[in-house]
Design a protein around this ligand. Structure first.
Ligand SMILES: NC(=O)c1ccc[n+]([C@@H]2O[C@H](COP(=O)([O-])OP(=O)(O)OC[C@H]3O[C@@H](n4cnc5c(N)ncnc54)[C@H](O)[C@@H]3O)[C@@H](O)[C@H]2O)c1
Ligand SMILES: O=P(O)(O)OC[C@H](O)CO
Length: 322
């Protein structure tokens, strides 16, 4: 029988979404590119590597055959942003004529493009949407209450909202696809900075200041690229910024925390904010985006932690609303 939803990418988030949707009664096929990984998940009925302890419900099938997942009319793309172009290019024939829901949060290095813009380049005419907002994979997989933004341009938003929402997964519909993606991408950069601040012992007051100024920075950049201010105040922007900057369940936060402590970050984890910081900083004005540029410089070891702090604090005093 044709699945309702295909999930491409069997990491933590793809697996969590597949579990939640199958729990809600949908027929879901989860695709992993690696044959052995797919077989192991199918046998264990669990993604031991990325989401241990979350059992697969009935209605969730696992495959390494992308054609099987792509029978579904709706495909959730849950891979790291830097790999999205490769995934879409390799399987473009299967992805055309499907509703493609980008679930990744980042900006492509080199092009500065958002996930749906990458999809539009690789698959001209692609019908895209964005699922984003404050959510840890483990929370979604365990059926904890979660509210997300589903951003859809044009027609079909309500139908998609109904198809993907469930009792525990509450979806708010939005139409500002660009704004929803900028908020989700940039909050990861600010979360790295928040982790650095706490890891270095600069204190919670400093983190609050950084989150607030970081949010102002998100607004400046995102609105200059076409985002609507109201979108940034929503789940995809402010909501996700709060979650990611305040929880050590966040990989971006933990990455920064390790750097702040002078420890080596865990490089086996997907930490979207690293490449996003570099993607933005490569042609940014540091006066407009001081935190993002400093995060990029710190990650590239162009400045020390102490230098980064002093450079940010010694900038000319300015009007808060400037
Ligand atoms: N984990 C979360 O809590 C969470 C929550 C919301 C959003 N996200 C977003 O979801 C995206 C994926 O994150 P994740 O947590 O699932 O990462 P992850 O590291 O757990 O998994 C990424 C998966 O993508 C697969 N992959 C990579 N390149 C691929 C390719 N070319 N083709 C097919 N598969 C490929 C990897 O094999 C891996 O299984 C990120 O953009 C992240 O910001 C994650
Ligand atoms: O673990 P992180 O830092 O990638 O954050 C996961 C989600 O984006 C939080 O909403």
């Amino acid at each position: 029988m044709r699945p309702d939803i295909g999930v491409l990418g069997a990491g933590a988030f793809g697996t969590a979404l597949a579990i939640a949707l199958a729990q809600a009664g949908k027929r879901v096929v989860l695709w992993a590119r690696d044959v052995e990984q797919a077989a192991a998940m199918a046998a264990a009925r669990e993604n031991v590597a990325r989401l241990p302890g979350a059992a697969f419900p009935d209605g969730l099938d696992v495959t390494a055959d992308v054609a099987m997942a792509a029978q579904a009319p709706v495909l959730l793309l849950a891979v790291p942003t830097q790999t999205l172009r490769g995934l879409a290019g390799a399987h473009a024939a299967f992805l055309a004529d499907r509703r493609l829901v980008a679930c990744c949060k980042g900006v492509e290095l080199g092009t500065g493009l958002l996930p749906t813009q990458v999809l539009g380049q690789v698959i001209p005419g692609a019908q895209t949407a964005v699922l984003t907002g404050p959510s840890f994979a483990a929370d979604i997989a365990r059926g904890k209450p979660t509210a997300l933004t589903l951003a859809v341009e044009g027609a079909g938003g309500e139908a998609l909202q109904a198809a993907l929402a469930s009792h525990n997964l509450r979806l708010y519909l939005a139409h500002d696809v660009v704004g929803a993606q900028w908020g989700g991408a940039l909050k990861n950069v600010i979360a790295i900075a928040a982790g650095v601040v706490l890891g270095a012992g600069f204190g919670e007051s400093a983190r609050a200041a950084l989150m607030t100024r970081g949010f102002a920075e998100i607004g400046r950049l995102a609105q200059s690229r076409g985002a609507q201010a109201e979108t940034l105040w929503g789940l995809s922007g402010f909501g996700d910024l709060v979650l990611t900057c305040t929880s050590d369940k966040s990989r971006n936060f933990r990455h920064g925390q390790a750097i702040g402590r002078g420890e080596a970050p865990d490089l086996t984890q997907t930490v979207e904010g690293v490449m996003t910081a570099h993607a933005i900083a490569q042609d940014a004005d540091p006066d407009m985006l001081p935190v993002t540029c400093m995060v990029s410089a710190l990650l590239r070891e162009q400045v020390s932690l102490e230098q980064a702090k002093d450079l940010l604090l010694s900038r000319p005093l300015r009007n808060e609303r400037g």
